[in-house]
Design a protein around this ligand. Structure first.
Ligand code: R5P
Length: 311
């Protein structure tokens, strides 16, 4: 992400990302661009940039909740911007796909996180994302070879919790969630605990819950980075109710909600709240301001890199 004045930065949403793109452009005082997209009768994609990109830093906004459908258009748009002399071509993907397959769990499996990072790294100059699923990788730099910034949503989630929940008990449904739930706990000075999960299949998990009776008077708030099939949160919510807690508030950074996940989770939750990293009716927390800070951070880094090259 090279550095240019705000007015030279062009924010272009891929289809479905218009609302967040508008908020980012407004907040950062950037130009908002657009694409013309359609399918040819045989299913191939048509992509046309509708703005003059020459000399601009172009940020494509595309959350990757359906990566297989979205990625090819993204590559075509990025390549067009580069051909048309954009100064830099960047990807802002609030939800970064293909992070969970970070090892070969069974023999012969593709480690898709590595293949996907290679494709993104060869197409874009930088990547900005929010709370990527870093579990066995400790940072994006382990697999991305472009500047890749992972922003944390904990401050905005904590702000929502502080304003809406009295006496919260933050609960992470599995070991991986400790990283998010502990940070939110720090920001809003609330207690947190982490449950244990055993996964048997895509839609089959078991949650093991210890004795939480010391927090009986608190409001349970389940926090996870991703709600996909929803089974992790659903099983955790059931276990909490079995221990006499009220239905939990369910807070997810990335609400993917495959098939009927949202309806199933809704049946066991007091409410479901997500960020607008993935557009959904449960979005209540905006990440636009965070993203603008991230754009500035990457731009400052690029400026320093330019300086050190010219010295
Ligand atoms: C993985 O451990 C993640 O942090 C989430 O817990 C997981 O992706 C949720 O998936 P699902 O909603 O399908 O249970």
């Amino acid at each position: 992400m090279a550095s240019t004045p705000a007015e030279k930065r062009l924010i272009i949403p891929l289809p479905g990302n218009e609302e967040l793109a508008r908020a980012i452009a407004l907040d950062g005082n950037y130009r908002l661009g657009s694409l013309e997209t359609r399918r040819f009768p045989d299913g191939e994609s048509y992509i046309r940039l509708l703005d003059d990109v020459e000399g601009s830093d172009v940020d494509f906004i595309c959350t990757l909740a359906q990566p297989d459908d979205q990625f090819l258009s993204l590559v075509f748009a990025a390549d067009a911007a580069r051909d048309l002399k954009a100064r830099s071509v960047n990807l802002i993907s609030p939800y970064l796909a293909y992070m969970r397959q970070d090892i070969r769990f069974k023999s012969g499996e593709a480690i898709t996180s590595r293949s996907f990072s290679r494709l993104v790294s060869s197409t874009f100059d930088s990547l900005l994302t929010i709370d990527p699923h870093l579990h066995r990788y400790h940072s994006l730099a382990e697999i991305y070879n472009i500047p890749a910034l992972a922003l944390e949503s904990a401050p905005v989630l904590a702000n929502w919790v502080s304003r809406h929940i009295e006496q919260p008990l933050l609960i992470g449904p599995d070991e991986e969630s400790e990283q998010w739930v502990s940070r939110i706990g720090e920001y809003c000075a609330a207690p947190f605990t982490v449950l244990r999960k055993t996964r048997f299949g895509d839609r089959n998990v078991e949650i093991h819950i210890g004795d939480l009776s010391e927090w009986k008077n608190k409001t349970p708030v389940l926090v996870d980075d991703i709600a996909s099939s929803g089974r992790t949160m659903i099983e955790a919510a059931k276990q909490l109710q079995a221990q006499g807690f009220a239905k939990p508030v369910c807070l997810a950074v990335h609400g993917l909600f495959a098939d009927d996940a949202y309806e199933r989770l809704n049946a066991v939750a007091a409410k479901i709240i997500t960020t607008d990293c993935v557009p959904h009716s449960s979005n209540n927390i905006s990440v636009a301001g965070l993203i603008v800070q991230g754009i500035r951070q990457l731009a400052a880094k690029a400026k320093n890199a330019e300086k050190s090259v010219s010295c």
